[in-house]
Each structure stands twice: as structure tokens, then as C-alpha cells.
Unconditional design. Sequence first.
Length: 250
Amino acid sequence: MPIVCKSPLEIEKMRRSGRIVRQVLDAAAALVRPGVTTMDLERVAEEIIRQAAAKAAFKGYYDYPCVLCTSLNNEIVHGIPSEKRVLQQGDIVSIDTGVVLDGYYADAAVTVPVGDDLNGELKKLLDVTRQSLDRAIQQARVGNTLGDVGAAVQELVESNGFSVVREFVGHGIGTRLHEDPQVPNYGRRGYGTRLREGMVLAIEPMVNVGKPGARVLDDRWTAVTEDGSYSAHFEHCVAVTSNGPEILTA
């Protein structure tokens, strides 16, 4: 499919969707504590989306059953909320959601610690993954390449001793949840598709403590690290504008 560049009016519509995504993530993250289930997060998210008169982007997408993906510890992405998944002190949980409003999508994710006593390696994992997203966003400028975006993630992650997941990547977004181009979290500076004004990218580093390998569980959704190591995930929708990158899900 050709890459679709958005008009300022379309980007404004995506900004509105992005605000709802941020409300959902903030509310769900605020609930995270030991003893809460991932289904508790799902219920709050569903209510916020309903009140905003938006539609959940994930629920029903290839028959996915929920509005959130909640991925714990060694789960990379696409973990399904459940009454049986009770958050424990020292866990980390990635919360990922998307909405569509007036025909335009937004999508974002955060990874948050459960309780106050996260070990040093996991604190570092969250910090490095978040920083790698920030650095990638700074590369989302007219005339740069997708290789510049991916390299910004890969360089920081690997210099800190972690690894970048290869099987799952970011994506273009607009009137569909997943549009071209694919946005890998690795690459070579100066290589790949050149960024143009009006492109909107969902940039989403997925970073493992151990090796980069991933596999999907029997539920056909939940992706976990092959070696059982912990994984973190942060995501923003970013518009490439003449004034530089603009985060639509801030």
C-alpha cells in the first residue's frame, strides 16, 4: 500500500483520538498496584472509551477480545486481560491501547512497575526503553529515514546491554490502525524510506533484558520472550511536520 500523508485537518482528528488514548493509559496506569487484576484495568479503559464516544481499536480486530493489551513481565505484547492475572509486587505490566474517533486512529503504550520496590535491572529496562522512544521520536523529521528512527532505538538499547525485538515493529497509522510503512526498532542511519511531511508513525520500542527472540503462546495473541527474560514496551503516535516531530498521544 502507498504511504498516506495526512493533512493538518486529519492530524487534528488524530490528535483528538490521541487525547483519549492518553486518558485511558493514565487511568489504567494509576490503578496498577499489587492485588489488582489485568481485567480491572480493562474495565476502566472500556468505560473511558465509552464515555468519550470513541470506539476501541483493538477489540474485534482479528477477533481480539479486549480494548487493552496487558503484557506482564516476560510478555512482550498482546497479552489478554484476565480476572486470573493478579498483579504482584515487583512485576512490570505493559498497557497498550488504541481508539478510533471520527474515522481516525491513535495507539500508544506504557510499561509501569507494580508496587514501589522494582529491582535495579528492571528500573533500568524501563528507563532505557522510554529513552529509546524519546530518541526515536527526535529522528521523526522531514528528510530523515526510517533507518534513522530504528537506529536511534537500537543504539541506545544495545549500548545498555539489552536487546531489540525483531518480530514486532511499529507502523504507520491513520484511517486504519496499521498502515505502511513498517517502523522497525533497529536499522542503519540514512537507509530506508525517507520521511515526508504529514506521515504519522506509531513508534513502539519493545526491549528485552535477554535475547531478542519472541514466540507466540497457544492463545494465538500473547508474545513472550523466548528465553523468559523480562520485556518493556513504550509507544507514541508521532506526526512528521515541517516544525519537527509532534507527539499526538502525549
